[in-house]
Each structure stands twice: as structure tokens, then as C-alpha cells.
Design a protein around this ligand. Sequence first.
Ligand code: PGA
Length: 234
Amino acid sequence: MKFEVREDVAHVAVAGADILEALVRDRPEAVVVLPTGRTPIAMYREMAQRVVAGKITLGGITTFNLDEVLLKRSDSRTFFQFMKTHAWGPLGIDESRAFIPDCEASDPLAECDRYEAEIARHPRFDVAFLGIGQDGHVAYNLPRQVQARTHVVTLDAATAAALGESAQTVRAITMGIKTIASARRLVMLATGPRKRDALRRLRDSEPSPEFPASLLKDHPSFLVIADKEAAASL
Ligand code: PGA
């Protein structure tokens, strides 16, 4: 695991976009894992600018989302809606090659198997872009709710509140930690003071399901790109 510290959110976004740009120059048909959340929004904006400027073309890539919440597809909190707004459209990604768990799956467990099978039908992930929760969650591998492969989780109150809804029980489908770790490269973005303690804990802790991000520490290519605020305790 390596840490790279950049000045601010904008510089972290540039660093993330640089990684994707270099990858698709080499492999226009790359398979890429994409995150949702507040953190990657600046990176998607940076990538979109490069697409508009003709610096990169993302029409050949295949993407898999890390996770999805089990809500109506029309709900603005679904990651389907997030991706439509921030990524698929603005980046010119071919939606027939943009995979995300079905938020309206009638049988969520079967949907997990279907998603793993879809992943298995494709070449190995070239890169997985990740975020980190303050409690160390990665995708929705929550503390003590970690599994190896794609699975269903019930969000705890704090995680559900981050979606903008605290009163309701929200379930989600998430890639498992081994599914994520199967990528050739892991690139985690972390910005702002809220992530300070999580990054210090990531650096200092032994791999443990109590702090799921730590389970990725043994990956041979794991880069954490943090801004100065998030890295202040490192
Ligand atoms: P955030 O979420 O980018 O909104 O902080 C990160 C995460 O929960 O993985």
C-alpha cells in the first residue's frame, strides 16, 4: 500500500483521471470498477472535461459499480441515478457495458450471483477506484459485514444517513472484498478532514474485518491518493 498526498480535492481528481487516461491509452477496452459517493464527483468532472476536450475516449471501456442500494430505480439516492448524472453520460460510457447491481431485483441474493457471474464473464478488472468510509468500509463491506464475494448488507444507521435518509432501513448489494481485490490495481481516493482518522487507521492497523479497508493492505498494487486535509494525521 502506498500513499500519495496531493494539495487538494482538485489535485486528487487530476491524479485519479491521469490513471484512467494512461490506462485507456494503453487499453481502450479496459475493465474498470467505479465508485459512487461525494469523493469521486470531482474526478468524474475532471474525466468529463478530458472527454469533451478529446483527450480521452471512454466509449470502449466496460465498467462495474462497486455497490448499489435496494431502492426504486427512480429514487435519486440510487447509485444508478448517481452514475447517470455524474459518470455514464458525461464520460460517454456505453451503457450496454456499464454494469451495476439491479436496485429493484426481486431476489437480491440471486442478483448477487448474477453480478458475480457477469464479472467472471469479463477479463480481470484493470483498476478499481475506491473510497473509504469513516468506519473503514469499502464499497458496502461494513465493519463485521464483510464477505469475500458480492453480497447483501443492511446499512447501519450512520451509513444509511449518509444517503440522506436516516429513518428507513436500507439494504444494499456490494461487491465482496475478494471481488474488489481481484483487480490488478486498487486506487483509493480520500479527501477532507473527515477521512483523517480512517487513513491513519488504515496505515496502522493489521488486516481485520473490524476495519474492512485494512483487508486490502496486502494487495500488490494499492495506491491511496489523499489530499492534504485527509492526510494530515499520516
Ligand atoms: P464519500 O463516501 O465519498 O461520500 O465520503 C465514501 C464511502 O463511503 O466509500
